[in-house]
Design a protein around this ligand. Sequence first.
Ligand code: HEM
Length: 263
Amino acid sequence: MRLAAFFSVAVAVAAINTTQDPFEQWRGPEAGHVRGPCPFLNTFANHGFLPRSGKYITQKDLADGLFNAVHFDANISHFLFGFAVGTNPEPNSTWFSLDHLSRHNVLEHDASLSRVDAYVGHADVFNQQAFDETRSYWGDVVNVESGTASIISRMRTCKAANPKYSLSELGEGFILGETAAFISILGDAQSITVDKKLVEYLFQNERLPTKLGWKRSSTPFTTDLLLGNLDKVRLEYNKQLKSTLQRKRSGGFHLNGMVHHWR
Ligand code: HEM
């Protein structure tokens, strides 16, 4: 009898622990909640790592949320908060909301991996067709080469469909950083590789792929890691752009007008 009571208490405690675990506490946005163009920040709000409303996110909210969800150190969160708060139309504000990130050409840019350009439609909402193009370049594993190939393809497609297509130097840096970041956070930040299924799951469900075996890294993610991996994506990007331009010179396809820097 006593043993039975012990087991029922143990089962109840385990159930409470599971239901309170934010990795298991996924709920999509409700009426009055806002989301934006970043699949990861939307995901963190859906788990409650960030305010579920998506609103009034302070530097501390972001630092705590990114630490708890994906082991970001405080430095990188402060670095990213500096960009985010600049999207709040209110000058000198101390918070931002996820929908502020959608303001076109502040941070939000053309040629997203999973969204259409602002000229074409809702640049903040996941678009399956855009994402299908992106993932058609990935093998089972996304790496620097295949990640970059999808960036360049999305640039070409968006440029062809959007007479107002533009990409600032900051926008280009964000594009490269976003690919470096998603590979590093969902996969291995050292080899810069990730299982494609984890990426598809997060983008398509705006949910962390714990069901597929993903776990928060035990190693902190730092600004140096992000910028180091961004540089590797940039190198590959310049290499692929160069060979595209060489093909163009010898009668291949067009990439005219695209911003590119030989660094
Ligand atoms: C774990 C942290 C984060 C990861 C892995 C991440 C990753 C990504 C990825 C992969 C995209 C591209 C989506 C697409 O092209 O369809 C994106 C978009 C975006 N992210 Fe994040 N992000 C993170 C945190 C942040 C933070 C802290 C900010 C605040 C500045 C931010 C701002 C944005 C914005 C503005 C976009 C839209 C860019 C666009 O496609 O126009 N992200 N993010």
